[in-house]
Design a protein around this ligand. Structure first.
Ligand code: 0O2
Length: 228
């Protein structure tokens, strides 16, 4: 599959137990599986974007970004969640090893896209966390989907998990800035800073609502017969 993959037969010369060799084989093959799942997902979203653009002259998807979580972050998250470091726990409890962020222009585009994804048979939506309807206490807004993607392998079909974060441009700006600001600060934020961050999240929300209002107005103007 890729150069990271190790086969049980390659390990036999080191006389490791078959069970240990199998574990290593699974472990080294895993990043490639997540990469393939992400590629499939990117492809599906790309097709959607092109179709929407061709049909409506406008795609609700502004841009997408994807990444494989780095091993250090995976271990940190497992520690934070109190899981023993095993491959099973990693696959079962860490949902965002394969992660995609989809940035949309408007909030209603996000729900339109979620409805579409939930109705598809080639993606299983396992969980929806709606931090838009229910923002986190710090002001964070996004809609998270935990999905499973089918990969057809020699062994049969394997469903691989991925996390999709859906946000507007304004939410993405806030979350990216908060991540940068907070990243270097490993202590409790002073309350006035936390309050200002929350205030900035409210401003991002207002900006989203204002843009939606403007869009409605412009669409209405476009549909109105000209007065000539
Ligand atoms: P990183 O470094 O961005 O990958 P779950 O994944 O559902 O099992 P978790 O982590 O409690 O458990 O889920 P949640 O709250 O849905 O958060 C998942 C991801 O959302 C985080 O991954 C962040 O990417 C993003 N996120 C959640 N809360 C915040 C927030 O307050 N600010 C910002 N900027 N991003 C947030 P990681 O692994 O925590 O981090």
């Amino acid at each position: 599959m890729n150069q990271l993959q190790v086969h049980v037969k390659d390990l036999q010369k080191w006389q490791v137990s078959e069970e240990f060799a199998k574990q290593i084989e699974n472990f080294t093959a895993l990043p490639a599986l997540y990469r393939h799942a992400l590629n499939e997902l990117e492809n599906k979203i790309d097709i959607l974007k092109t179709e929407w653009q061709a049909r409506d002259g406008y795609s609700p998807i502004e841009h997408i970004k994807s990444r494989i979580k780095d091993p250090k972050s995976i271990l940190h998250k497992m520690e934070r969640k109190g899981h023993e470091f095993t491959l099973d726990n990693m696959e079962q409890h860490i949902h965002d090893i394969a992660g995609m962020r989809i940035v949309c222009a408007f909030v209603k585009d996000i729900y339109r896209l979620v409805d579409h994804l939930c109705a598809r048979e080639d993606i299983r939506v396992l969980e929806i966390k709606d931090y838009i309807a229910h923002p986190k206490p710090n002001g964070y807004q996004s809609l998270h989907l935990i999905v499973a993607m089918p990969l057809v392998l020699l062994e049969g079909t394997r469903w691989v998990k991925a996390e999709i974060q859906l946000r507007t441009l304004a939410m993405d700006f806030w979350a990216s800035m908060e991540h940068i600001l907070y990243y270097k600060f490993d202590k409790q934020l002073p309350s006035h800073v936390a309050e200002e961050l929350k205030e900035a999240a409210r401003a991002a929300d207002e900006l989203d609502q204002k843009m939606l209002r403007l869009r409605r107005e412009i669409l209405e103007l476009a549909e109105r017969p000209s007065e000539e």
